[in-house]
Design a protein around this ligand. Structure first.
Ligand code: 6GU
Length: 247
C-alpha cells in the first residue's frame, strides 16, 4: 500500500516511523510519503489560508495549494508501476463532520492500493476543493469521533494505525486480529498472566484447568458480559445481527 500525507506540519507524522508501522515500511509492506503543503504555494509567504468569504471568524485553507499537492501525489503514484487496471486513489479528508471510523471501515480501507490524507487546519478547506476532488479520487470525509481537534493530523495518525495494522504481514501475530475488541462486534475478554496469585488477587480458576473448550466458552461469556455492561450500543447491534444469522 502507498500512503501520501499532505500537511503544513508533515513532521507530525514522524511517529509513524516507530514500532510496527515503521517496521512495515522497512519491510516494503507499506510506503509512506509526507508532503509539505506550503511547497505548493508560490506567493511571497507561501500562504495556504485566507479570510472567509462572507465574513466570520478564523481563516480558510485556499483550494489551489491542495489541488496542486493532490495532482503531484497522483503523478508520483503513476510514475513507476501504474496500470489502467489500478483502482482510483482514495482521498481521506479528516473532519469532525465526516463518517466516523469503525473497525469495519478500517478493514475496507486496508484493501486499498493508494490512500491520500488531506488534514486541514484553521476553519477547514474551501468547499470547492471537495467539489473538484471526486474527478480524481474516491473521496471520503472521515472523523475519529464526536469531539473537536485543532487539526486533522492527530486523527490521521489514528486512522493510519487502525488501517495499516490490518494489512497482511504487518502484525507479528495475526491471530490476535481475530480475537481483539471489535473484531466480532464485541469487546475483548479479560486477559491474565503469571503469577496465578498476585497481591492477593487470583486468576479465574477455569483458566488454569487446561480445558480449552471450557476456557473458550468462559471467554465468550465474558465478552458478552463486558459488552452488555460497558457498550450497550454495541450489544444491541450484536443481538440484532445474531438473530438475523439464526433466522
Ligand atoms: Cl478527523 N478532525 C478534526 N479536526 N477533529 C476531529 C476529527 C477530525 N475527528 C474527530 N474530531
Amino acid at each position: 500500500m502507498r500512503i501520501d500525507l499532505i500537511s503544513i506540519f508533515p513532521e507530525f507524522f514522524d511517529v509513524l516511523d516507530l514500532s510496527l508501522i515503521g517496521k512495515a515500511q522497512r519491510e516494503g509492506l507499506l510506503s509512506l510519503h509526507r508532503h509539505q503543503l506550503r511547497d505548493f504555494s508560490f506567493d511571497k509567504h507561501r500562504s495556504v489560508d485566507d479570510t472567509p468569504t462572507g465574513g466570520g471568524a478564523g481563516m480558510v485553507m485556499k483550494p489551489e495549494p491542495w489541488a496542486l499537492a493532490l495532482e503531484h501525489v497522483l503523478t508520483q503514484r503513476q510514475a513507476p508501476e501504474a496500470s489502467a487496471a489500478d483502482q482510483p486513489s482514495t482521498l481521506i479528508i479528516p473532519t469532525p463532520a465526516g463518517e466516523v471510523l469503525t473497525q469495519r471501515t478500517a478493514q475496507e480501507l486496508a484493501q486499498a492500493q493508494h490512500l491520500v490524507f488531506a488534514p486541514g487546519r484553521f476553519e477547514g478547506i474551501d468547499q470547492r476543493l471537495m467539489d473538484w476532488a471526486p474527478e480524481h479520487f474516491q473521496v471520503r470525509p472521515m472523523s475519529i469521533g464526536d469531539y473537536v481537534l485543532n487539526g486533522g493530523e492527530s486523527a490521521v495518525v489514528v486512522m493510519v494505525e487502525a488501517i495499516t495494522r490490518l494489512i497482511p504481514g504487518v502484525l507479528g501475530n495475526p491471530e490476535s486480529l481475530a480475537e481483539e475488541s471489535h473484531a466480532d462486534g464485541l469487546l475483548e475478554y479479560p486477559v491474565y498472566t503469571k503469577p496465578a496469585r498476585w497481591r492477593g488477587l487470583e486468576v479465574p480458576e477455569i483458566l488454569l484447568s487446561g480445558d480449552h473448550a471450557k476456557i473458550g466458552a468462559w471467554r465468550a461469556q465474558q465478552q458478552d458480559i463486558r459488552t452488555r455492561k460497558l457498550r450497550p450500543d454495541l450489544w444491541a447491534k450484536h443481538v440484532v445481527a445474531r438473530e438475523q444469522n439464526l433466522a
